[in-house]
Design a protein around this ligand. Structure first.
Ligand code: ADE
Length: 227
């Protein structure tokens, strides 16, 4: 996957790129590149935003600035870009990110993420340049950067070879393998700690019974979410 992030804070992504699973993805030939849309602005003094028409608090990211950045990177009109490339704006009111959406995005060869700041994007950016709006929850962050990292984190770990064991990303909470249910509980050594014992079945060595117990636990958690 070739992932491009447009942001006013490209340096934030240096930390993200240094994380182990992201490093694994990069070593496999995937890319995560961050572009500063301020560097492409056609306006003076690096201006990227402006006051909202009609008045109100905050600043709004300008459509001409976003167009200049996308044109510089892709060499085409951003209106046609979204017909052959997923161009995602991170917005609090967008489609809620879940495992199914992450799996869908992991199937893309190329992905563009636009991070807003201030009051958000001029609506024409969302209407004409963007194929998707994604939210990581119904709350407002100071900007889209952390949301973009959350999206990339969950998408990259689904790519073959990125996790130590590919199966870790198959049978996990909310996955198809668990019929969308939360994952079953895990235990490791010591088998007994204070008076807390690991369930006997997990120590039994009986593979089929372990499987059956895990499925049942997972289903139970779906009916009765954790506190
Ligand atoms: N930008 C600001 N808040 C956000 C959220 N909750 N999800 C995605 N992008 C955002």
């Amino acid at each position: 996957m070739k992932a491009d992030v447009f942001t006013l804070f490209p340096q934030w992504f240096e930390w993200f790129r240094s994380q182990r699973h992201v490093q694994n993805a990069l070593a496999l030939g995937h890319t995560v590149d961050a572009f500063d849309f301020r560097s492409a602005t056609p306006l003076k003094w690096g201006q990227v935003d402006d006051t909202p028409f009609g008045g109100g608090a905050g600043m709004v990211l300008r459509v001409d600035v976003m167009e200049a950045a996308l044109r510089e990177r892709y060499g085409e009109d951003p209106v046609s870009l979204r017909s052959h490339r997923r161009v995602v704006a991170l917005t609090p009111a967008g489609r809620l990110l879940d495992d199914a959406l992450a799996t869908e995005l992991a199937g893309e060869e190329e992905l563009t993420l636009l991070c807003g700041r201030y009051e958000g994007f001029d609506e024409r950016i969302l209407e004409h340049f963007v194929s998707d709006q994604i939210s990581i929850g119904r709350y407002v962050l100071a900007g889209g950067e952390l949301a973009a990292m959350v999206v990339l984190d969950t998408v990259l770990r689904k790519l073959p070879g990125v996790l130590g064991d590919d199966l870790s990303a198959v049978e996990e909470s909310f996955s198809q393998a668990l019929e969308g249910a939360p994952e079953y509980p895990h235990y490791t050594r010591p088998a007994q700690w204070r008076d807390w014992a690991v369930p006997d079945v997990l120590l039994s060595g009986h593979h089929a019974r372990v499987e059956e117990w895990r499925r049942a636990q997972s289903r139970l958690r779906a009916q009765r979410p954790l506190p």
